[in-house]
Write a protein that binds this ligand. Sequence first.
Ligand code: FUL
Ligand code: CA
Length: 690
Amino acid sequence: MNRENKRLKLKSETLLTILLTLCVNSFNLQGQNIETLPKPSIKQLQWQQMETIAFVHFSINTFTDKEWGYGNESPELFNPTNLDCRQWVKICKDAGMKGVILTAKHHDGFCLWPSKYTEYSVKNSPWKNGTGDLVREFADACKEFDMKMGLYLSPWDCNHPDYGKPEYNEYFKNQLEELLSNYGEVFEIWFDGANGGRGYYGTDKLHTRTIDKDYYNWSEFESVVKALQPNCIIHGGKIADIRWVGNEEGFAGETHWSTMLTSDKFDKNIPVKDQLNVGHENGTRWFPSETDVSIRPGWYYHDSENHKIKSLPKLLDIYYESVGRNSLLLLNLSPDKRGRIFTADSLRLLEWRKQLDLDFNENLIDGNASLIADSKEIFKNASDGNFQTYWKGDSEQPSFNIEFGEEKTFNRLLLQEFIAEGQRVKHFTVKGYTDNKWINIAQGTTIGYKRILRFSEVKASKIRIIIDESLAVPLISEVAVYNAPLVLSAPKIERNQSGLVNIISPDKSGKIFYTVDGSEPNNNSIEYTQPFLHDGDFTIKAIVINGDTKGEIAEKRFGLSKKAWKVIGDKNEFPKLFDGLSKTTWIANEQDLKSIIIDFGEQISISELQYLPDQSRGNVGIALDYKIMISKDRKKWKEVESGEFSNIRNNPIRQLITFKKNKKARYLKFTTKNIADGQSKLGIAEFDVF
Ligand code: FUL
Ligand code: CA
């Protein structure tokens, strides 16, 4: 054999060994190819580790008290009196957020920066006499507080005359270029999915512009982002790096895969929202989720929502059900007309972070504890506080013990997979060793980047974690155990159609106290022991108290008595829209029924209506718009209000219709022209009159 041949032979031998080892390593026992498990890009991996980021919705809507503008609102309306982006960013920083995303342009088209390409921007507003640039101030504040900056740019634009024509793509691209070249590094760009609703589009007539599914020039937008901000994560559009979690309420599915199939391979029988919420175990691409939710019911500031800021327990639930379920949390703040975050919102946010810090204050897997695999291997890689180092399971169904060396009390378990090599765990069980035997503590499905289980306090000297199912040999980056302090949730207050009030505490411990005179409840107030009758318009406040620990106060205002109300044509004696339960929904009993007539039984005086859309995951019969007519005799009808419910599809919260003047009526007709998702029957979870 000559030298050349020898070299060749050696080369092919090494190649063969490499190939062989690759094959052996890439196929697990079930023949799953590890090489084909989708894996995050470096960009996606870094983004995931930010865990909590903030959103800021601030624009002309802040001044018009709307959620969606129509694009004809005068720029003159934009006039924050005491704007301070530094205040926003500092609050976010203090609350442990790793980045902030600002709505540079929302659906109405108004630009917070003086864009060269439109007159519809801050430059024609009274704010700083038209010389201001809010995106600049925001970017500077982010720099000052060493916070990552993101921008929201809505493709839907109700102001632009070309919207709907091909030319608009050029405009959008130009704006994208402006934003991505002039303000420094952008970590995330948010293209909203909402599209083609009603607007003025530079005309004097309110109308709808529909676009087809290939309207936007996504590939060009992608080139702009890639060229100007190669590290920028894209939300939305056909070029997204991350996915929406499927709701605006703040939760990821308990099972939550960061992998998804391409949209043409989605299951036709399951709503898309639900598939986004859970992901696909057999997904072919890495497409992690972002959970966007607002600290208030709406995304923009409204005076009327100042008392509806999410409670501490609710925000904790949101954290545990997003970050704690392998998603990333994008929590929204809504600066007010001054251009400042309202004190109650910022206090709540800081309170939330403080509580999370307490929850995770002390990892009970300390120097005295050890992690021991079934093979007796003692390992430290999964408790060194370093995500990059991990323990590789000794099989596809590995188990390991955490041995504390003494009895410990705990109620949280945190697990992390080394997702750089893909998401693998499908199911696991957690047991505790107490009184000389193993007891079941909890179980879970996916882990992913982070999974945190919450359970009632357990005392045990050992914990056993059994990974019973996985796609490939699990790689565990971190395991931690905590004992989080008790946080009492606000009780739930309900009233049925007969006026019977029921107060329910989600916490098994503690006592409930309440007031009906508007005062703050404490342990001297009336103790709730069983449902009681209290009909008509009044406000009730209730609290759970357990020893020295006080919960959040729940407050509920009930409207006029519904005892005598009926739905015309409905045989049900107690229709579900009057039963006081948000989880039940009245659905029209005929096809194409888009209106309902309510008989109040007598003439009443009305100042406000409240419509709660169906709250189920299927979102049945959500009215996108409304027309309210009233009558004294069901013969002569008078129209009193009409309009559109902004963003109700994505965020089906209680909708308020306030009458310009009090009206007297015996009958009320609620009609909608359009029901979400092309459905044909109206659905109402609850209907109230004040
Ligand atoms: C939605 C929008 O329509 C809302 O107004 C808000 O911006 C939210 C974050 O996304 O799709
Ligand atoms: Ca580690």
